[in-house]
Design a binder for this molecule. Structure first.
Ligand code: PLP
Length: 431
């Protein structure tokens, strides 16, 4: 906060497509899709129309004991598009909430199922599932959450696979050790374990750590073999971010729980959903006295404005995925990124899949920058002068463009990133 307050303030007043404009009239490319949420751009006419239409009916009415059409339609739409079997949706309003709900449902399910000893959780090393206590407990974000560890319930983690991929070229892919460690963990503790939680395809907040193709499938098979719920946290990767609407559908995996948020409303409004299998839903049925009910609800859960925008978002996105538009854009993004920066002395690795990429920054001699130099942050601050908004993760630059950027805009994004890092890094780098 002290560093943030010391920077000149940047106050956004409007947005159009992939661009944001500040109080000084400066235009910036939204290089992180407003924290990984934006799909069709800002001020999208179709999403705006859906929002205004719902606004003229009712802005909010509770889903606790009542229903509304946009919520019901969205739940039906999500079930229809998700892998078969994910028939029921529990709404909330942020990704952490969607994950907490999946965890609590799994915990309660095993009690209702007569196996209350199944209450441990397994996560993937460096996983990020949110900033609430439950999500911190199952995540492994080190430095971010370390000081809260003693208040968190215990969870086991297995090592992540390694995958170095960009522009569709796989430079390295290794999952054997990770899967062997998981099998070992399950052999030891499956009968005490409720669920395994995983960000499929890409661990975003870990710095865009990719998984080899087939990894999610292999994890899902182990979960099935050992009778442990699989929670897929697609909060970041769904809605076209890495290509398909849902990663699990592409990997032909049916999780027990599917968590959605960020791109669900195209980046317009806070909304999240936890999809569950019918069998899990049914376990919670019973009269009030049976105590089987799931006592969990958020005040603004399934807000109708957000649900209406989510429906418009999905309606607009599906044809763009189906006709290859999104894939063509992400191929362009990957190739321009590699062409422009693969040989840059200050970039030690580029990881890219879909509309998500990380550039690991190092000194020209390949050694890390001293942490105190804040090399990643300095590049992002400099990028503003080039009309680009980016956020670093330590000394990695995370590039997460809105899916609406044209090839020319994606090129501009990469060129401006290059300009910013060449302005800054030679001055910070030891010779
Ligand atoms: C952002 C994120 C979350 C948390 O979502 P919030 O809406 O910020 O609570 C959870 N999981 C993943 C994979 C995320 O990227």
């Amino acid at each position: 906060m002290q560093e943030y307050v010391a920077q000149p303030p940047l106050v956004i007043v409007s947005g159009q497509g992939g661009w944001l404009t500040d109080t000084e009239g400066q235009r910036y490319l939204d290089g992180n899709a407003s924290i990984w949420t934006n799909v069709h751009g800002h001020n999208d006419p179709e999403l705006n129309a859906a929002l205004l239409q719902q606004l003229s009916r009712v802005a909010h009415s509770t889903m606790l004991g009542l229903a509304h059409a946009p919520g019901a339609e969205l739940a039906a739409e999500l079930s229809a598009l998700a892998p078969a079997g994910l028939t029921r949706t529990f709404f909330s309003d942020n990704g952490s909430g969607a994950v907490e709900i999946a965890l609590k449902l799994s915990f309660q399910f095993w009690q209702l199922h007569g196996q209350p000893e199944k209450r441990a959780v397994i996560g993937l090393a460096h996983g990020y599932h949110g900033d609430t206590f439950g999500t911190m407990a199952v995540g492994d974000s080190g430095f971010f959450h370390e000081r809260f560890r003693s208040w968190c319930f215990p969870a086991s983690h297995f090592p992540a696979p390694r995958c170095h991929e960009s522009a569709g070229v796989v430079h390295q892919a290794e999952a054997t050790a990770s899967l062997a460690a998981l099998r070992h963990l399950l052999e030891n503790q499956a009968e005490r374990t409720a669920c395994l939680i995983l960000e499929p395809s890409i661990q975003g907040a870990a710095g865009m750590q990719l998984q080899p193709r087939g990894f999610v499938r292999a994890v899902a098979e182990l979960c099935r073999e050992f009778d442990v719920h699989l929670i897929l946290d697609e909060v970041f990767v769904a809605f076209g971010r890495v290509g398909p609407l849902f990663v699990c559908a592409e990997e032909e995996v049916v999780p027990d729980f599917l968590c959605l948020a960020k791109g669900l409303t195209g980046g317009y409004l806070p909304l999240a959903a936890t999809l569950v299998r019918e069998e899990i839903y049914e376990a919670f049925l019973g009269d009030y006295a049976s105590g089987r009910a799931f006592f969990h609800g958020h005040t603004f859960t399934g807000n109708p404005l957000a649900a209406a925008v989510a429906l418009a978002n999905i309606r607009k996105l599906r044809p763009l995925i189906d006709d290859g538009t999104i894939a063509a854009r992400s191929r362009h993004f990957g190739s321009i990124l590699t062409q422009t920066l693969a040989n840059c002395a200050f970039v030690s690795e580029i990881r890219q899949r879909g509309h998500a990429a990380a550039l690991d920054l190092t000194q020209a001699d390949g050694t890390p920058f001293p942490v105190a130099l804040r090399a990643g942050l300095q590049v992002c601050l400099r990028a503003r002068a080039h009309g680009l908004l980016l956020r670093p993760l330590g000394d990695s630059l995370l590039l997460v463009p809105p899916l609406c950027l044209t090839p020319a805009e994606l090129t501009l994004l990469v060129e401006r990133t290059q300009a910013a890092l060449l302005d800054v890094l030679p001055t910070l780098s030891s010779p």
